[in-house]
Every structure is written in structure tokens, then in C-alpha cells.
Design a protein around this ligand. Structure first.
Ligand SMILES: Nc1ncnc2c1ncn2[C@@H]1O[C@H](COP(=O)(O)OP(=O)(O)OP(=O)(O)O)[C@@H](O)[C@H]1O
Length: 392
């Protein structure tokens, strides 16, 4: 055992030393031309029957960035993820990743050959191993040298694991355990990361702590992620695309901003996601542009001035509409938009007004009475007052 520990330590120390020599104080990797192509599409054809529940799919999923598999509890998300991973084998299923057959007829590629990394709700760290040993578990034994694109030192730096390495799992918080589990998954050199509710067992503080690391992995490694979640808040912070499931079926898929218009999502609190460019800071106010329109928001205190693109999360209830620009209002963010449609809101007295802002969707939650009073119609140009924005 002592030998194993000292071998693991020397692997990381030599890896870290070499990283330092190459100037990886901060990990800013870009996928190299020599790297294998990341997973881009999954073709899925499968039927799974479990008592009264049936999962039935015949879909192609396009995977780039973070794709959220979203739906109510019991709709079949985990069942689908486990089939994709090869953890469960369902007769008659056909699963392909790009052009590689993972399952078809008698052919069944086992989990370890699928080049996937997995993180589950509970981190499943081995309790008798340190964080470092857990991190490197499988890396030395299972990963072929020729496939190594992410070295331990890079993963340690990316996920800021340095101070955690000597600790036992019981000494780590839930969020820290998930960071180690994520690091272990990355060191398996995956072409696809499968994340099954990785934040579900965490309290809000731990969720907030690990979310930036998931964002960092998504942005810096280029490895596509399939994220199972039934928390719309987490999905909106992380995902680029959303696959919506209901009662064992995929009912829609597409870019996250478009999918947020689906009435099924309004039940979880209708919101919009806008992409904006930073024009710098003025008096601690971040100046943002969307096309030719401007917004300003209190700059995040951690703002280093280097971020140029932002995601703005806007609750539909924080958007008000007026027929003319308001000059005597305290709301300073006012955008010219056009009405593209109306959706039912969860409450019968309210309506969700679909708006378009330079090709991006935005929605406002109004009472039907207000919408009628203003005479709102599809195609009409109005002004959206944005009362609150969350920044990513
Ligand atoms: N081993 C099993 N035996 C019988 N039924 C099962 C089994 N596993 C899952 N189910 C049923 O299959 C359905 C889908 O379960 P699944 O865990 O895939 O849903 P989910 O969308 O991931 O839910 P959650 O968000 O709560 O994790 C549920 O109705 C569940 O009760």
C-alpha cells in the first residue's frame, strides 16, 4: 500500500513539476489539433419498460458545450444516461456516438471503452483513499499513455484542488468531493462527460461553489457534457442546449434560449437567457451591448476586466413593458423589442409575452389585464424595462 501511495505521489509531483516548467501556473488549455475529435452526436434508439414506465426514444442528440437533459422527476433521465454510459444493457437498443457503434444487435461496447467520464449525485470517492489517490484512481492503470490530453497537474490547477489532495474524503465538503470526482472523471481522458445530478446532494452554498468549476471545465476543455438535472436554475447557469424529457420521451431539443420559451419550463419559473458583449466598466457599472442596444449593471466584485462575453439570466417577472420609452422611471435598462407571441403562464390571470431582441428571445410575465390595457399584439414594437439581471 505504501508503495502505491508513493508511486501516486511521485506521478503527481513529476506531473506538477513538468507543468510548472511549462508555465501552467494557471490552466488555459485549448484543444489541440492532434486531439481526438470530441463527441458531437449521439444516435439513440431504445425502448425500456419498467412496470408502468416506458422510455421510448429514436433521436439524434447534437452535443457541444453543455447539453442539459431536463425533465421532472421520474421522466427517465437517469435511465437514459445509464443506457448511454453502458451501465445498463437494454435488448434491441441502438446507440452510436459519432460513427462508433456503442450498442447494436449483439454488439455492446463496455463502459470503459466508451471514452466517457461520469460524475454522479454522490461522489463515490473511496473512503480509505486520500483525495489525491481518488483523483488518480484509474488514471495510471486504465489510461493509455497515447490518449493522455489532460495531465493530473492541469486538472489540479483547473479545479484548484491543490490544498485538498492530502485530505481523506470525510474531511472534504460535499462540493469539494464533487470537484475531486470531476477531476477523476477528466483524468479518464473522456470525449464525453456524463453528469447525473452532480449538484443535487449539495446545499446552496456548495452548489454555488462548484458551479464555476463546471463552467470552467466546459469552457476550457472543450469536452461536451451531458448534464442530467431537474433544477432549472443550475441548467440556466451552465447549459448551452437543453433536451426536454417528459414521461419517457424527448419532447424537444434546441439551444437553451429558445428552449426556455417552452411552456413546460414556465412551470419552474419562466426566464430568459441573453448573450451580451462587455464594453468595459464605468463607475463600477459594467457596460454591456446586445447588438446596438446598451445595458449597464453593477460590475461583479470579482470582475477582473478580462471577461468579454456574458450570459444574462432574466426572470420573466422582472421584465415590464411600455409602449413608449420611460424617461421618468428608476429602471435604467430599457430595450427596444418586438412582440413575437404569447404563451400561457402557470397562473390563469397572467400571460407570458414572447419578445425578440436582436434575434434573441426574451419573455415578460404580465397580467392579462395589463396586456389587454396596452393592446399588445404580435409584431408590435415595445420597450422592455429590465428590473433585475443575474450575470454569468
Ligand atoms: N430498477 C427499477 N425498477 C423499476 N422501476 C424503475 C427502476 N428504476 C427506475 N424506475 C422507474 O423508471 C422511471 C424513470 O426513472 P429515472 O430514475 O430514469 O427518472 P429520472 O427522470 O432520472 O428521475 P429523477 O429526476 O427523480 O432522478 C421512474 O418512474 C422510476 O420509478
Amino acid at each position: 500500500m505504501n508503495n502505491i501511495i508513493s508511486n501516486l505521489k511521485s506521478t503527481v509531483i513529476s506531473s506538477l513539476t513538468s507543468a510548472m516548467q511549462q508555465g501552467w501556473q494557471h490552466f488555459t488549455p485549448e484543444r489541440q489539433a492532434s486531439q481526438p475529435p470530441a463527441a458531437q452526436s449521439l444516435q439513440l434508439q431504445l425502448t425500456v419498460k419498467r412496470g408502468a414506465f416506458t422510455l421510448e426514444l429514436n433521436h439524434s442528440l447534437s452535443l457541444h458545450g453543455v447539453t442539459a437533459l431536463f425533465g421532472r422527476s421520474g421522466c427517465g433521465k437517469t435511465t437514459l444516461l445509464r443506457a448511454i454510459a453502458g451501465l445498463d444493457r437494454h435488448a434491441g437498443a441502438q446507440i452510436r456516438c459519432n460513427d462508433v457503434i456503442w450498442q447494436q444487435g449483439n454488439r455492446f461496447m463496455p463502459v470503459y471503452q466508451r471514452r466517457i467520464g461520469m460524475v454522479f449525485q454522490h461522489s463515490s470517492l473511496l473512503p480509505h483513499l486520500t483525495a489525491l489517490q481518488n483523483l488518480l484512481y484509474g488514471f495510471k492503470r486504465r489510461v493509455k499513455h497515447s490518449t493522455v490530453q489532460l495531465e493530473p497537474a492541469q486538472v489540479i490547477s483547473l479545479l484548484e484542488l491543490e490544498s485538498l489532495l492530502p485530505l481523506q474524503p470525510e474531511q472534504l465538503s460535499g462540493g469539494q468531493r464533487q470537484r475531486i470526482a470531476l477531476g477523476r472523471a477528466l483524468l479518464s481522458q473522456p470525449e464525453l462527460l456524463l453528469l447525473d445530478e452532480p449538484l443535487a446532494s449539495l446545499d446552496q452554498q456548495s452548489r454555488n461553489e462548484i458551479l464555476p468549476f463546471l463552467q470552467r471545465v466546459a469552457h476550457h476543455t472543450g469536452i461536451p457534457m451531458l448534464l442530467v438535472s431537474h433544477q432549472l436554475d443550475d441548467v440556466v447557469k451552465l447549459a448551452d442546449q437543453l433536451v426536454l424529457m417528459q414521461d419517457g420521451r424527448i419532447i424537444s431539443q434546441g439551444s437553451l434560449p429558445q428552449q426556455l420559451l417552452q411552456p413546460e419550463l414556465a412551470a419552474s419559473g419562466a426566464m430568459s437567457l441573453l448573450y451580451a458583449q462587455s464594453q468595459g466598466c464605468n463607475n463600477h457599472l459594467l457596460q454591456l451591448s446586445i447588438g446596438k442596444q446598451q445595458l449597464q449593471l453593477p460590475a461583479p466584485l470579482s470582475n477582473t476586466g478580462t471577461q468579454t462575453a456574458y450570459r444574462l439570466r432574466i426572470q420573466a417577472r422582472d421584465v415590464a413593458l411600455s409602449l413608449k420609452p420611460l424617461n421618468d422611471s428608476s429602471v435604467s435598462n430599457q430595450l427596444k423589442v418586438s412582440i413575437s407571441g404569447f404563451n400561457n403562464a402557470p397562473h390563469p390571470a397572467e400571460t407570458l409575452v414572447q419578445l425578440e431582441l436582436v434575434g434573441q428571445p426574451l419573455q415578460a410575465l404580465l397580467t392579462k389585464q395589463s396586456a389587454e390595457r396596452l393592446g399588445l399584439q404580435v409584431g408590435q414594437q415595445v420597450y422592455a424595462q429590465i428590473k433585475a439581471v443575474a450575470l454569468d
